[in-house]
Design a protein around this ligand. Structure first.
Ligand code: ZN
Length: 488
């Protein structure tokens, strides 16, 4: 079959055949969290979406350099270059060093990602560790004439840029409208146009996160870190840039402009964005009282939750929707996802215990091809899940003694579940109910057959040792007339 991966490119608004710049290798950059608070659903969805892409690219045989940054400076309270730095504010409120805030929430973010079975990126750069690269990038933009210095700060000149390039092409906003917007009288008049954005900000005396630069002691604007670090680790042009849809404007639009201004050409070939999450039909927000952290989901400790939800329930729930669809969280929907995940884990446990017969009375069909086609079609995870549920029906028929399965079909089914459910979707079904993967089952069977052999040879010392030590590990071993049975 044709193994061309189709991806939806936000820039062209259509699905395109993915062709990497360098054969066999993929460079991808995903905007990571601003680490000033606990991870929430808004963090889980992009992390899981691009984890699926990463896993699938690896499955297709690509070598992937996956960069996901940590924003630890320059993200201000109000995105329009105003307000306090989010990290600095948290540090002030908690009387900590800003880097203590960063370290604490980075570790907590990693823990939450690990629970969600999100693979770590291959490089995880921090903005504060790349101030020099960002200053160099700003210098390039100034040299090309697409930025101006004003009172120690440097701003991107949207009007000048839009004469030579297309500002607004990602978000499909009209630059004329943006340029026309009149400034509100807020006492801040450093910018020529409201839509100009900061590349470097002069720090006010009370601002604690500051670095020297040719223009002032200050700090980088929020957007410049991704242009600078993407270029440093993936080159002037790279394959995929991802993030949540909320980042399309202004963050990614500005990234495109910065890179094109500095380099003279676009950096990114495929822009991919996951859709947003709502809670009971409402946008998530601190002021709405529906801001639920991942830890609160895992423990059930939020007033809107009627019970805890395991990380795998959250993961399964997110994957039941296509990444470009909106997802609405409610207790009912999560309970349904919990049942769905359990059903799949049970089917997998049965699959691992099935015994093959001479022939199959159940139909496996082209399950692998159907799952693969769905993944190749812009990562259609809900279709993969429904195909696996179809296969679960056949597993249950055989498991209930109402049908038989050949060794070849059994091997194929196990292989498809291992590849698609465990490796690509990252669902930990093998750990969900004390069962485990095929190799694990085979190893236990091998150990018990050695014990059986020892018994037949009247080697009681060996046979007792195996039984006692396995019992200590939590295994129940039962001798039957055909041999043995075990469970954990
Ligand atoms: Zn970014």
């Amino acid at each position: 079959m044709d193994k061309t991966l189709l991806v939806y490119n936000t820039l062209t608004r259509r699905k395109e055949a993915f062709r990497p710049l360098v054969e066999g290798r993929v460079g991808m950059y995903v905007c990571g969290p601003t680490v000033y608070g606990d991870g929430h659903l808004g963090h889980a969805r992009p992390a899981i979406t691009f984890d699926i892409l990463y896993r699938f690219l690896l499955n297709l045989g690509y070598k992937v350099r996956y960069v996901r940054n940590i924003t630890d400076v320059g993200h201000l309270e109000h995105d329009a270059d105003e307000g306090e730095d989010k990290i600095a504010k948290k540090a002030r409120l908690e009387q900590l060093e800003p880097m203590e805030v960063v370290q604490n929430y980075t570790l907590r973010y990693h823990e939450a990602m690990k629970k969600l079975n999100v693979l770590p990126p291959t490089i995880e750069p921090r903005a504060s560790g790349h101030i020099i690269e960002q200053i160099e990038f700003v210098k390039k933009i100034l040299d090309k004439g697409y930025a101006y210095e004003s009172n120690g700060s440097v701003y991107f000149d949207v009007e000048k840029y839009s004469k030579d390039f297309h500002y607004g092409k990602l978000s499909q906003r009209k630059v004329e409208d943006m340029l026309e917007t009149t400034r509100e009288l807020d006492g801040q008049s450093e910018k020529r146009k409201t839509c100009d954005f900061a590349l470097w900000k002069k720090a006010q005396p009370e601002h604690i996160m500051r670095w020297p630069s040719p223009w002032s002691d200050g700090f980088p604007g929020w957007h410049i870190e991704c242009s600078a670090m993407g270029c440093k680790y993936l080159g002037e042009e790279f394959d995929i840039h991802g993030g949540g849809m909320d980042l399309v404007f202004p963050h990614h639009e500005s990234e495109i402009a910065q890179s094109a201004a500095a380099l003279g050409h676009d950096s990114v070939r495929y822009w991919m964005h996951n859709n947003m999450i709502t809670i009971n039909g409402q946008k998530m927000g601190k002021s709405l009282g529906n801001f639920i952290t991942l830890d609160e989901f895992f423990t059930g400790s939020h007033k809107l939750l009627t019970q805890p939800y395991s990380p795998m329930t959250i993961r399964f729930f997110i994957l039941q929707a296509h990444y470009r669809s909106t997802v609405d969280f409610s207790n009912e929907a999560l309970q349904a996802a919990e049942k769905g995940f359990q059903k799949m884990a049970e089917a997998y446990a049965r699959l691992m215990k099935l015994k093959a017969s001479d022939k199959s009375t159940v139909e496996i069909g082209n399950l692998r091809e159907k799952c693969e086609e769905a993944m190749l079609d812009d990562l259609n995870t809900p279709v993969v899940i429904s195909n696996l549920f179809e296969a679960a029906k056949a597993i249950n028929i055989v498991s209930d003694g109402k049908g038989t399965i050949s060794q070849a079909d059994l091997d194929e089914l196990r292989s498809v579940f291992n590849t698609f459910a465990i490796e690509i979707l990252g669902l930990q079904i093998e750990e969900a109910n004390g069962s485990n993967n095929e190799a694990y089952h085979k190893a236990i069977d091998l150990l018990l057959s050695i014990r059986q052999q020892a018994k037949q040879n009247k080697d009681w010392a060996t046979s007792d040792k195996i039984r006692n030590e396995m019992a200590a590990l939590g295994f129940n071993v039962k001798d039957t007339k055909d041999g043995f049975e075990w469970s954990l």
